[in-house]
Write a protein that binds this ligand. Sequence first.
Ligand code: PYC
Length: 435
Amino acid sequence: MPVFGNNHRNGSANGSRKRRPPRYSAFSLIKHGVVSTEWPRAWRTCDLRSSYDVVIVGGGVHGLATAYYLARNHGIRNVAVLDKGYLGAGGSGRNTAILRSNYLTPEGVRFYDRSMELYRHLAADLNFNVMFSRKGHLTLAHNDSSLRTMRWRAEVNKHVGVDSEVIDPAQVKELVPYLDVSTDTRYPILGALYHPPGGIIRHDAVVWGYARAADAHGVHLHQRTEVTGIEVQNGRVVGVRTNRGRIATPVVLNATAGWSTLISDMAGVRTPVQTFPLQAAVTEPVRPFLHAVVVSGSLHVYVSQTDRGELVFGASVDPFASYSMRGSLEFVEGLAGHVLELMPALSKMRLMRQWAGLCDMTPDYSPIMGETPVEGFYLDVGWGTYGFKAGPVSGEAMAETIATRRRPEIIAAFGLDRFAEGALVGEKGAAAVGH
Ligand code: PYC
């Protein structure tokens, strides 16, 4: 596990050259775990420079991945990532770590599939175990209209080359024996969209892996650094004000979730985003029995089992806009009822923790990525409940956008301009659960 804090020994003086991240052998793990209390630092704590070529606001997977690909793919290393809390404190540390690419629109399917490809190779790329576990992903259909949407998604997925098919209740039961597929339930299972490449990953390992790799390439990671203003002169970005001082910069990327409208407003850019809490919960660990990710749109619930044996549950967003990250009893009651309708055998399991994160919802359930009317101010926002799975591809695409000043094809459809042009990318039918 990374240790947060100073490590000037590992850093080059100006942060401009690639350092080798620490390597762990079996012997060094035993040495550090048993004998020594001094773990090598995973990234440095740097002084805040008075200027950077690029400032990224938001130290989650999107911001860190963008910094990493800017440095690795484009040689742009004079980059700062700012976070008002700690790295991964927002959506990156609060999601349910589900990976999939079985979306509804061809634009969405292609985009999330590139993310899956990057995720599949991420451990080797970052030399960090991100614990990707390909389990298969099932979206249950409880009525004719959702079955029709599943068929539609399966056809779009196959057309783009993504493995998805509609299966019947007997096949669902074979994959997940604990599911109640009888016909006398309130919401009988009529079939499911089965997506074999889907799975889960260790979300905080993804954050730490990108942070460590970005740091090794010379990027500065600044935790507890809150942005208080963005300076715009003659229509272009010239600087960022923070609680630790001013930074001159020609490029700012808003890679925040929850607070994205507040940051965009600082640059004078309005976005059609509303923020809602999303709650989740985890049980005590039990022996592995759930070998697929299961989602039910009608019952507003999804569940997977981690490698440690805990069941991780999520739901749809809370029904009102808010910045609150407190869990509610109402949520747990509703969740437990819905889970038991799906898997009555879980009635004795104990919930251990619950938490909430903030989701920035757009009108069409697709993100907002790319340039804005303010030169040098870029957006990677509007991630709803699906931001974590898009971290790698977003980082790669935003790095290319910033380096070349052109939105690459893979995110061409997701620009802010689509709202004025009426060219929405409707993904509601493939969002995790109904909202
Ligand atoms: O879009 O797969 C999804 C998802 C899972 C949890 C929240 N959203």
